[in-house]
Design a protein around this ligand. Structure first.
Ligand code: GDP
Ligand code: GDP
Length: 437
């Protein structure tokens, strides 16, 4: 799994600025989704050759202004506990603050790898910026400027020195030839209830993998004649016939399970609506490019009027995920749960589809014949052929000339055409343009 960097520090030291820098390369993918680019807290990044996940704890909980116990709130502490590397950010311009000392004390107790990051240090000599922070006892500080992008490469090199390069990371479970499912969602939406309903189905046989350790997070099962692997996000333990989640909701484990899955079932709560945290998780799934099935849970105990308004609200707010199948279910009573697995299968099949170049090219040329891309300046972009450059999500690469001038709307037109013709329901689809040969 990719190492997880967790950003910690008091308000205004530059956590979200640094977060944006560290995840910048991926921003384009979610850029056109309103409301998601601002205030993101989870993201992917890659600086140099090493990929990582980043969590900004800044937006986790309402900021508690004072008090030793509140310096780091519970969710933040949990993320720190699960981090591979903690980046503790302080403000080089303001200097050492008393709250920094309190946070440092708490961090030291966790035994994690902590890197002290002195931010806002553009134009400051290293020694001037670093000197007063030595007393925090967290080793040699890294001095950076998140705003100006200074020394961030060195920071990441240092943070990830113990982690392998991308090509050395062993094959991820996404390579397996059956759906690997993550059930994701914020606390209390009904994830463990759903898992129990699914695994409790009589046609479903969950089996223990021989030789697995207590920490194993993969649960293999069969449903119908098909095989699946469920990624446990929350410490599932079997006691008798019931599966219980032993641990509390964990941001880091949620991200890692999404990353390791090839299909995500995003669970939402019909009775409490869509929250900011739901949007963050959805944004992360989208960024990862995983296939997606949406389960709107707790559909019981609502009258027709409530269902009607709820449906309209969810469909409007989830419009940016309209490639995914939506299910209205009651995990508690089992309603609608049976229909989920066929959607998982369909999403998996779509995500793993292999479309031959001649077929793709034919469909693309037909789409172009029907509607030409608009002129960009003096000449019209010319689309010549298309080939598939990746799976999960399918990546379609269009070759031709003057393709820099193809507008977003036309890209979307092609995307929709490919999606319709090749029945790619349930997976994001990426279309890239390459000028030249
Ligand atoms: P957060 O509350 O820790 O997430 O902090 P923000 O990222 O929102 O940054 C707080 C303020 O500090 C913003 O006005 C940023 O533009 C500014 N800031 C962040 N990084 C730097 C930096 O490297 N240099 C300077 N001069 N300002 C910075
Ligand atoms: P998790 O934190 O996402 O794993 O959520 P849980 O499965 O622990 O469920 C949280 C609460 O919601 C529990 O009290 C469940 O009984 C309840 N719950 C779960 N699914 C449903 C449902 O379909 N309908 C209703 N009414 N309650 C549900």
């Amino acid at each position: 799994m990719k190492p997880t960097l967790v950003l910690v520090g008091r308000p205004n030291v530059g956590k979200s600025t640094l977060f944006n820098r560290l995840t910048r390369s991926r921003d384009a993918i979610v850029a056109d989704i309103p409301g998601l680019t601002r205030d993101r807290h989870y993201g992917h990044g890659r600086l140099g050759l090493k990929p990582y996940l980043v969590v900004d704890t800044g937006g986790f909980e309402p900021v508690v202004k004072s008090g030793i116990l509140h310096a780091m709130a519970r969710q933040t502490l949990q993320a720190v506990d699960e981090a591979d590397v903690v980046l503790f950010i302080v403000d080089g311009r303001q200097g050492l603050a008393s709250q920094d000392k309190i946070i440092a004390d708490q961090l030291r107790k966790t035994g994690r790898k902590i890197i002290l990051v002195v931010n806002k240090a553009e134009g400051m000599p290293y020694s001037t910026a670093a000197v007063e922070f030595h007393e925090l006892g967290l080793g040699t500080p890294c001095v950076v400027s998140a705003l100006h992008g200074e020394h961030l490469g060195e920071l990441i090199d240092f943070a990830l020195e113990d982690y392998p390069y991308a090509e050395d990371i062993e094959a991820e479970p996404g390579q397996e030839k059956h759906p690997v499912i993550a059930i994701a969602g914020r606390p209390n939406v009904g994830k463990s209830t759903l898992i129990n309903t699914l695994l409790g189905e009589e046609r479903m046989i969950a089996f223990d993998q021989p030789g697995t350790t207590r920490d194993s997070i993969y649960i293999d099962f069969e449903y119908g004649q098909r095989r699946y692997t469920l990624i446990d996000t929350a410490g599932l333990r079997r006691s008798g016939k019931v599966w219980e989640t032993v641990e509390k909701f964990s941001v880091v484990k949620t991200l890692q399970s999404i990353e390791a899955a090839n299909v995500v079932v995003l669970v939402l709560d019909a009775q409490s609506g869509i929250s900011e945290q739901d949007a963050h998780i959805a944004g992360f799934i989208l960024e990862t490019g995983r296939a997606l099935v949406i389960a709107i849970n707790k559909w019981d105990g609502m009258d027709d009027y409530q269902r009607d308004t709820t449906k309209r609200e969810f469909e409007r707010k989830l419009a940016f995920l309209n490639f995914a199948n939506l299910h209205y279910i009651s995990a508690l009573y089992g309603n609608g749960v049976k229909a989920l697995m066929p959607s998982v299968d369909a999403a998996y099949t779509a995500a793993m589809a292999h479309i031959p170049t001649p077929k793709l090219t034919r469909v693309m040329l037909a789409a172009v014949a029907k509607q030409q891309p608009p002129r960009g300046g003096v000449s019209r972009p010319k689309l010549r052929y298309a080939h598939q450059g990746g799976e999960n999500p399918p990546l379609i690469i269009v070759h031709g000339s003057m393709l820099d001038h193809v507008p977003q709307t036309y890209r979307r037109y092609l995307e929709n055409t490919f999606r319709d013709v090749f029945e790619l329901k349930g997976t994001p689809l990426r279309v890239e343009f390459r000028t030249g040969h």
